[in-house]
Design a protein around this ligand. Structure first.
Ligand code: SME
Length: 150
């Protein structure tokens, strides 16, 4: 289980005073990815045009470069503005398989100043049913703290 208090403190120390979106995403992708053995791919997709996500900073194998809001788990998070927890990716209609080893995933919307949707944070696991409500709550709190004023 992740030590979310330690992760949050580390991220707070590293990102204090930083306002550059890419610098923040790169730092979070690295820190989150290495914080838990369940995480096999950790990264951001950024809103770059209406209804369109493009790959941002990530850790792990290569990710798909472009994801429309209409597709996949990332698209669902961007479209609804709600966290998506998928216990079994094979059971999710329209799941985009970037790595065939992925069994489960969590995708959180990332909001900036005034509730603007900046993008999504996607974490994939090679383990089935790897994510729970606590991951969603704790991760969302970290994202809010870092991107709220951006
Ligand atoms: N699985 C995601 C696509 C992104 S990659 O896994 C890195 C999805 O269905 O949205």
């Amino acid at each position: 289980m992740n030590d979310y208090d330690a992760l949050r403190a580390r991220i707070r120390a590293l990102t204090d005073g930083e306002t550059d979106e890419v610098a923040l995403m790169a730092t979070l992708a690295c820190e989150i990815h290495h914080s838990d053995e369940r995480f096999d791919w950790t990264g951001f997709y950024r809103v770059v045009a209406p209804e369109l996500l493009k790959i941002g900073p990530y850790q792990g194998g290569h990710g798909c470069l472009v994801i429309p809001f209409s597709r996949g788990v990332c698209g669902a998070a961007a479209r609804t503005g709600e966290v998506q927890i998928v216990a079994d990716v094979d059971a999710f209609p329209g799941h985009i398989a970037c790595a065939s080893s992925t069994r489960s995933e969590i995708v959180l919307p990332v909001f900036g100043k005034g509730g603007r949707l900046i993008g999504v944070l996607d974490i994939d696991s090679d383990r089935p049913d790897a994510f729970d409500a606590e991951d969603a709550t704790r991760m969302a709190a970290i994202l809010e703290e870092v991107f709220d004023g951006i």
